[in-house]
Ligand binder design. Sequence first.
Ligand code: ZN
Length: 393
Amino acid sequence: MEIVKMLCPSSKYWCKAPYEMNPQGITIHNTANDASAKNEVSYMITNNNKVSYHWAVDDVRAVQAIEHNRNAWHAGDGGGFGNRQTIGIEICYSKSGGARFEAAERNAAELTARIMLQYGWGVDTIGTKVVNTHQSRSGKYCPHRTLDMGLERFWNIVRQKYAELSGTSVAPIPTPAPAPAVNGDSYLVQITTRALNIRSGAGTGNAITGCIRDRGVYTIVETQGNWGRLKSGTGWICLDFTKRVGGSSTPSAPTQPKGHYVGENVSINGVFTSSMSTKKLNPAVKSGTITKIVNGANNPYLLNNGNIGWVNDSCIVGGNSAPTPQPSAPAGFSKGQRVTLKTSAGRYCTGQTIPSSIKGKSYTIMQVGSGNTHPDGILLKEIMSWVYKKDVQ
Ligand SMILES: [Zn+2]
């Protein structure tokens, strides 16, 4: 899917997008005609009707018409939640339907999943107030063809795209699978391939229910030949693309913080009041000694036995550890390059907090910032978000 902008000029905000917005959700529509996304947007931004939306999506591209920080008039609820706090997505070609409409729906599902990831709206928000239809906002029978064809079917496509993009194993589970009993031979494996499909059964003849993209460590609770069943209940993976790690399974495999050690003196630019706090404070003192390390914590390093507080990698601006790469010397980045978003990353270039669920994973660079467009940032394709160069590796 191509993603392009054909933005409504700010001179028409009075009509199309009069209010600032901090998006709290997504509203799904069908256009009820047979125009392409570009034509829909072109028509919308050139007339003076108080009708607007953020995106139109067809079988080849998603076209953004209004930035997410402005409202749009699409939900039919006046000054309500839909119009004032949600991102409107129009799915094209719904009048006649057919293959190009279904392709447009799949692209809209992918766009929906990307936006959800961008704002940290979990897969469980699908069908709630957060991610819902025009019909849910004001009663209009829209998205008409999507509703005709089955709304839950569409939500399942969104769930699948979300799973693929996030690399998590949150996949639609067609029939609620009760937590299976562990047969005693559970063990941990590390994924050794870039993308590994999860299937509903042991073998490639079974439906794909998700995809793992994080090369992470997973617990297998049942084995059939070279297939293993995931503890999460989302399905089976082929063990040929994994390697056994550790002994028997443990609840989780915390990662060891790297690069710093107990006894190290560090200079800091921020501090937290607890190991799990997310509120970074300006420290009264600018350096301290690491006296304890708690693996897996948000802020793993305790300074001066708690007299200073807790810090993470984003707080440490210098230390006496063996060669620590300087965060302020970002390497050259290029389009198409794969990078990993550091778990220490705090905010997007656009200011919003980065949800922890998308940190620590690999993404593709879609654009490298320059000039007036986030010169210190890069645009990551899978989450369609600008992050700071210093926050990736
Ligand atoms: Zn609608």
